[in-house]
Design a protein around this ligand. Structure first.
Ligand code: BEZ
Length: 218
C-alpha cells in the first residue's frame, strides 16, 4: 500500500511490548509518531530508541505518542529494552515497540528495504517515520536507510510546525524553530492581513518586486 499525505492511516492490530493493541484505539485523540527499525539488538536502532525514550516528555507536551516497530518478536523487544535503558542511562522505557516478526505491517505500509537482508534471509524494514494526526490522517512520512540514524529533534520540530500551521495561516521557513518568525501563506489576501495577524506583517523586498515573502511573529 502506498500512503500519500492526507490519506487515512490504516488501522491494524499488533502484538507489542505492552500487549496487543488496536492501533486507532491506542492512538485515541493523540498525534502519533510511528517509526520502524531493521532489527533488535543492532547499534543504530539502540541509539534511536534510547533518544526517543529521552524525548517522551517533549512528545507528551505536544500530545504525541511515539510507537516503534521492529522485525522481531515482542519477547525479543522486551529483552532488548534492557540494553536500550542501559545505553541511554534510562530508569524507564515508556513507549511500546510493535512485533512485526512476520513483516505483515512492513508489507502493508511499504517499509521493507530490499537491500537489507536479516540473519533469517528475510528483508528488514528501513527507518520509516509516519506522523499521524488525531483524525488518523497521515501528515508526514520519511524513509531513511538502515545505515542512517534519525534526528528526533527534527521530528519534534516538524510536529511544532504542523501544529502551528493547523492553527494559523502561516508556513514555517527553512530551519525554523518554535518562537521564530514564520511566513504568511501565499493564499492569504492583503486585505486579510490586519485581521489575521494583528501583531503585524513585514514584506521582504525582492528583485522581482513581488510581495510574496511576508513574515510575521505569532
Ligand atoms: C543498526 O541499527 O545499526 C543497523 C541495522 C541494520 C543495518 C545497518 C545498521
Amino acid at each position: 500500500m502506498v500512503l500519500n499525505l492526507g490519506d487515512k492511516f490504516p488501522n491494524f492490530t499488533a502484538d507489542t511490548t505492552i500487549g496487543q493493541i488496536d492501533f486507532h484505539k491506542w492512538a485515541g485523540d493523540s498525534w502519533v509518531v510511528l517509526f520502524s527499525h531493521p532489527a533488535d539488538f543492532t547499534p543504530v536502532c539502540t541509539t534511536e530508541l534510547s533518544a526517543v525514550a529521552r524525548l517522551v516528555p517533549e512528545f507528551a507536551k505536544r500530545n504525541v505518542k511515539p510507537i516503534a516497530l521492529s522485525c522481531d518478536s515482542a519477547d525479543s523487544h522486551t529483552k532488548w529494552i534492557d540494553d536500550i535503558k542501559a545505553y541511554g542511562k534510562l530508569t524507564e522505557f515508556n513507549y511500546p515497540i510493535i512485533d512485526d516478526e512476520k513483516r505483515e505491517l512492513a508489507v502493508k505500509l511499504n517499509m521493507l528495504d530490499k537491500d537489507e537482508i536479516g540473519a533469517a534471509g528475510l528483508p528488514l524494514t528501513c527507518r520509516a517515520v509516519f506522523i499521524i494526526d488525531p483524525h488518523k490522517k497521515l501528515r508526514l512520512s520519511i524513509l531513511y536507510p538502515a545505515t542512517t540514524g534519525r534526528n528526533f529533534t527534527e521530528i519534534l520540530r516538524t510536529i511544532d510546525s504542523m501544529q502551528l500551521t493547523d492553527r494559523s495561516k502561516v508556513a514555517t521557513p527553512a530551519d525554523w524553530v518554535q518562537g521564530q518568525e514564520c511566513m504568511v501563506q501565499p493564499s492569504v489576501k492583503e486585505e486579510e492581513l490586519a485581521s489575521l495577524f494583528p501583531g503585524g506583517v513585514s514584506s521582504v523586498e525582492l528583485p522581482s518586486g513581488k510581495a510574496y515573502l511576508r513574515k510575521t511573529k505569532l
